[in-house]
Ligand binder design. Sequence first.
Ligand SMILES: [Zn+2]
Length: 420
Amino acid sequence: MSAADTKVIGERAEAMLQALASISAEPDKLTRLYLTEEHRRAARLVAEWMRAAGLKVRMDAAGTVHGLLPASREGPSSSKRLLVGSHIDTVVDAGRYDGTLGVVAAILAVEELRRRQAALPFALEVLAFGDEEGVRFPKTLIGSSTVAGALRDPMLDLTDADGVTIRAALAGFGGDPDALEAEAYRHEDVLGYLEVHIEQGPVLERLGLPLGVVTAIAAQGRFRLTVKGEAGHAGTVPMDIRRDALAAAAEMALAIEAVAKEPNEASLVATVGEFRVLPGASNVIPGEVRFSLDLRAATDAARERAAGEIRRRVEAIAARRCVSLTMDAVHEKPVAACAPEMIETIAGAIEATTGEAGYRLMSGAGHDGQAMSHLAPIGMIFVRCRGGISHNPAEYASPEDMGLAVTALVSAILGIAEQG
Ligand SMILES: [Zn+2]
C-alpha cells in the first residue's frame, strides 16, 4: 500500500475520532461514561459506521456494539470469528484516541479488506465496548468481561455517584442485566482478539517507531505500607535516639526505586504515589507514615520476585531504624500475556507495513484484552502517541501513524487468514 493511501486512511480515522470526540457530557471537554446518554449517542454513531462498512450490527446486554462480517469462504474455521475492537467510554476530560482509535481502526480495516475483496475463511467481528475505564461505577471491563464469560461477579448493585445501580443503568440503556451471562462466547467459536490502542507511554516515540507489538498486559500488584516510629518534639529529642517514621519511609521509597531500576527482562516498574505523614506538623517528629506501592511487570514471576526483594529491603531498613513496618498486598492482577502466535503475526504485519521489525513492548496500562484473554488468544498493536501523554486532552496520534496502524491490522488479519 502506498504512503498516500495510508495517509488517506489515517485522515479518515482522524475525522471519525473528531466526530466521536464531539459526543461529550461537557461542552468544553471530552467526558463519556458508561451507559450515559453520550455513550448511547457514540454507540449509535459507531453502529452507523459499522453498517456503512457492510457489517451486521447488534447491541448486546452489556451495551457493547457488535458488527459482524460473515466468513466469505468455506473452510474449517468458517463458523468461527476473529474479534477486533476496543472501548468507546472515556475518563473525565479525556483525550480522543484512547479506546476509540481501536474501534475506528477496526471499522476502517473492514472497509479496506472489502475494498481489496479479501476472502476471509472466518467471520470478523468488530466490538465497541462501553466500560473499560471504570470511571462511572467501581468496576471495569464490564463489556469485554461479558463477551469473554469472565464476569465472575457482575456486582449489579454497585452504584455510581448518584446512587444509580449498574442494573438500573443497564436497563435504562436498553441492555439486559439478567442476560449478561448468556452473552458469553464459547472458546471454540473464537479464533482470537486483536486490538489497536495508543501506547499511552513514551517508548515508541523515543525509539522513533510508529507502531509496536504488545507482549503482555502487565501483572499489577498494589501494596499498602505502614511505618510506625515514635512522634516527639522537634526541638528536644536528640537525633541519635529518634525513630523518625518519615526518614525511614523515605529511605524505603528510594530502595523500592533501586529495585525497579536494576536491569531486568520484565519491564519492571514500581511507583510510590501516595505518602501520608502523621501527625503531619512542622514541629513534630513524624510518628507514622502510610504509603502506597504500585508494582507492574511483564510476568507474574518477575512481579513476585520484585515484591519479595522489596519486602526484604524495606524490612532491613525498618530493623536498622528501629521502626515497625507492615506491607500488605491490597490488589493483585495477574499478567494477561499476548499469545506468541499473535505476537509473531503482528510483528510480521508491522514489518511489512513500516519496513522495520515489529518492536515488542509491555503494556503497563490495563486494556479490554485482559478480559478477552480468558476467552481467546489476544494480540495488540500499539500506536505512538505524542509525549506518551494519555488520559489528557493533549493526547495525540498522527494521521500517518493511525493509517499505518490500520494497514498493519489489515495485514495481521490477512496473516491469520493465511495460517488457517
Ligand atoms: Zn483505553
